[in-house]
Design a protein around this ligand. Structure first.
Ligand SMILES: [Ca+2]
Ligand SMILES: [Ca+2]
Length: 389
C-alpha cells in the first residue's frame, strides 16, 4: 500500500511537471514577432497602440519583438494620441525608419543632421501628466529609433535597464526645428524630453554612429530638462540638445541635461569621433549636475555646431554644479576639454564652496563669462580644489 501510494504521487508529480513544462515552453519559446503600424489612428487594427499591446502580449521574454511602420502616403504621418499609450512591458524595438521615405542621419557629430523622420507621436491633446512612450522594467534592452515624440509632460520615460534611444527627435517635430505645443499649450507639454527614473541602470542616448544621433529639448517648467537622469550609468553621445537639426537654430528649451543621479555614472560626451554633443540654447542652464560621478567632456556648450557664438542662439548658464561630488568636467588629455562659449550665465559655476565637494574641472576652454551671482572658476582663485584653467 505504501509503495502504491508512492508511485501514485510520483505519477501525479510527473503529470504536473509535464504540464508546467508545456506551459512554460509556450511562453519561453514564443517566436519574436514583427507588428506593423499601418494607420495614424489612435486605436484599432494597425494602430501603434495595438502594436504595443501585441508586443506586450507576445510573451517571449528573452527575444526582441519589432514594431515597424508602413502607413500609406509620402508625407509626415502624425499619430495624435487621444489617451496615453500603454506602458511598454517587454523588450521591443520600435523602428520609425522602417516607414517609407524615412532615413537615418549620416553625418558625424557635431555636423548638421540629415535624418528624415516620417512618424510623429503627438501627445499635446493629453491632460494631466502624460508620458509619450514609457518603458517599464520588463522592457529592458528596448530600442526606440526614428520617431518624433512631443507634447507629453515626459516624452520618453525610461524605468528599465539598458534601453537605447537613438536617432529620434524628442520634444521636436519632424522638421527637427521646432517644439510643437499645439493649442493645448499648458505648463506640462514637453517639460521633459527623456527621463530616466525609478528603476533600471544603463541608458544610451545617441551614440558614436551617425544614425544614432538625437535632437532633444524641452519647454516650460523649471527643474526639468531635455534629459533628466536620476538612475545610474547613462551615456549621452553625439546629440543636439536644445538646438535644431541645422546646428544653428535655438529651439527655445529651458534646461539641457539635468542629473540628480545618486550613484553616478553619467557620461556626457567623450574623446572619440562622434561622441561630442552640442548643448546650447536652453534658457536656464545647459548641464546641471546634482548627482555624483558625472563626466562631461569634449562638448560644445552654448555655441552652434561649428563651436562659434551665434546670434540666433541664446543660452543661460553653461554647466551648473549645485552639489555634485566626484565629477569631472573636461580633462587634461586630448579632446577632453569642453568649449563653453556664448552663455549669458557663468561658464562653470558652483554654489557649493564649503570645500567638501570633490569635483574637478580641467582645462575647459571658456571664452565668454558673465558673473551671475555664483562663483565662476574662470574668474575666481580657489585653492584646495583641483581646478585648472
Ligand atoms: Ca513581447
Ligand atoms: Ca534660448
Amino acid at each position: 500500500m505504501r509503495v502504491k501510494q508512492k508511485y501514485l504521487f510520483a505519477g501525479f508529480g510527473l503529470l504536473i511537471g509535464l504540464l508546467s513544462f508545456a506551459s512554460l515552453g509556450s511562453q519561453a519559446f514564443a517566436a519574436p514577432a514583427t507588428f506593423t503600424v499601418t494607420t495614424v489612428a489612435d486605436t484599432g487594427v494597425g494602430s501603434l497602440r495595438a502594436a504595443i499591446e501585441s508586443a506586450n502580449g507576445n510573451s517571449n521574454a528573452s527575444d526582441m519583438d519589432v514594431i515597424t511602420f508602413n502607413i500609406a502616403g509620402s508625407g509626415v504621418h502624425t499619430i495624435n494620441l487621444v489617451t496615453e499609450l500603454p506602458d511598454i512591458t517587454q523588450k521591443v524595438t520600435i523602428n520609425g525608419y522602417s516607414q517609407t521615405g524615412a532615413s537615418a542621419n549620416t553625418t558625424i557629430s557635431p555636423a548638421p543632421m540629415d535624418s528624415v523622420i516620417k512618424i510623429e507621436i503627438n501627445a499635446n491633446a493629453l491632460s494631466g501628466h502624460p508620458r509619450g512612450l514609457n518603458f517599464e522594467s520588463g522592457a529592458a534592452q528596448s530600442v526606440v529609433r526614428g520617431l518624433s515624440v512631443y507634447g507629453a509632460e515626459t516624452n520618453i520615460s525610461v524605468q528599465a535597464s539598458n534601453v537605447e534611444v537613438k536617432g529620434n527627435y524628442i520634444s521636436v517635430d519632424a522638421s527637427g526645428l521646432a517644439i510643437p505645443n499645439g493649442s493645448n499649450d499648458n505648463d506640462t507639454n514637453n517639460a521633459r524630453g527623456i527621463q530616466f527614473h525609478t528603476s533600471g541602470s544603463g541608458l544610451a542616448i545617441g551614440g558614436v554612429n551617425p544614425a544614432d544621433r538625437n535632437i532633444i529639448t524641452n519647454k516650460h517648467e523649471t527643474n526639468v530638462g531635455a534629459i533628466v537622469v536620476d538612475r545610474n550609468d547613462a551615456l549621452i553621445y553625439g546629440n543636439y540638445i536644445g538646438i535644431g537639426r541645422d546646428g544653428v537654430s535655438d529651439l527655445g528649451g529651458t534646461q539641457g541635461i539635468s542629473s540628480v543621479i545618486s550613484g553616478g555614472g553619467l557620461i556626457v560626451g567623450g574623446t572619440s569621433t562622434g561622441m561630442r554633443n552640442v548643448i546650447s540654447g536652453s534658457s536656464i542652464t545647459q548641464v546641471n549636475l546634482v548627482g555624483a560621478k558625472a563626466k562631461v567632456q569634449n562638448n560644445l556648450i552654448g555655441t552652434d555646431y561649428t563651436g562659434a557664438v551665434s546670434s540666433g542662439i541664446t543660452s543661460g548658464a553653461g554647466i551648473s554644479i549645485p552639489g555634485s561630488t566626484e565629477s569631472l568636467i573636461g580633462g587634461i588629455g586630448a579632446n577632453e576639454g569642453n568649449v563653453i562659449k556664448g552663455v549669458s550665465g557663468a561658464g562653470v559655476a558652483s554654489v557649493d564652496l564649503d570645500f567638501t565637494i570633490t569635483w574637478r574641472r580641467l582645462r575647459d576652454k571658456i571664452f565668454h563669462e558673465v558673473m551671475a551671482g555664483m562663483c565662476d572658476f574662470f574668474n575666481c582663485t580657489i585653492e584646495g580644489l583641483f581646478v585648472y584653467c
